[in-house]
Design a protein around this ligand. Structure first.
Ligand code: HEC
Length: 132
């Protein structure tokens, strides 16, 4: 391979990596940072993560370990692999909206039923949880 074609190939590799990594840079698999919350105001999965870690909204890390947070709540299970635990987003929405439907004695607050979060907020929370 000549020098020109080598640098040509390197450029395409760089472009390919940028294209592949761009969506991953937005919070997939972990809670977003404050900068990411500000930088992606219309991305539902990012904004859902911002709601989850907001102490006046979800405050979910008070009870759950969530990648990207350090509070390490241990009242509930770690939030991860939720696509394996719930058949679809609707079932996950139901768990956040009203967990007493799955377990009448749960310690988890019914975020939708008690109007702690709106349905729109819970939809974003679910989009975020689906990335974990
Ligand atoms: C006061 C503690 C508490 C808070 C706050 C809390 N949870 Fe929970 N959560 C629990 C407990 C306990 C469970 C275990 C199952 C049950 O009791 O319903 C649970 C279970 C879950 C599950 C099912 C996990 C699985 O793998 O099956 C999800 C999803 C979940 N919580 C999401 C959330 C989200 C999102 C928030 C914030 C909006 C939140 N929780 C806030 C206590 C809490």
């Amino acid at each position: 391979m000549g020098i020109r074609s080598a640098s040509h190939a390197a450029r395409w590799i760089t472009i390919g990596a940028t294209v592949l990594l761009a969506p991953l840079a937005m919070a997939a698999g972990r809670a977003p940072t404050a900068q990411e919350c500000a930088a992606h105001p219309t991305n539902p999965a990012v904004q859902g993560g911002c709601i989850v870690i907001n102490r006046k909204l979800g405050n979910c890390m008070a009870c759950h370990v969530i990648a990207g947070t350090t509070m390490d709540g241990n009242i509930g299970p770690q939030l991860k692999d939720l696509r394996a635990h719930f058949p679809n987003k609707a079932a996950l929405f139901a768990q956040v909206y009203d967990p007493t439907m799955n377990d009448p004695h749960t310690a988890m607050p019914p975020f939708g039923k008690d109007r702690i979060l709106t349905k729109a907020q819970i939809r974003e929370v679910v989009d975020f949880l689906w990335t974990l």
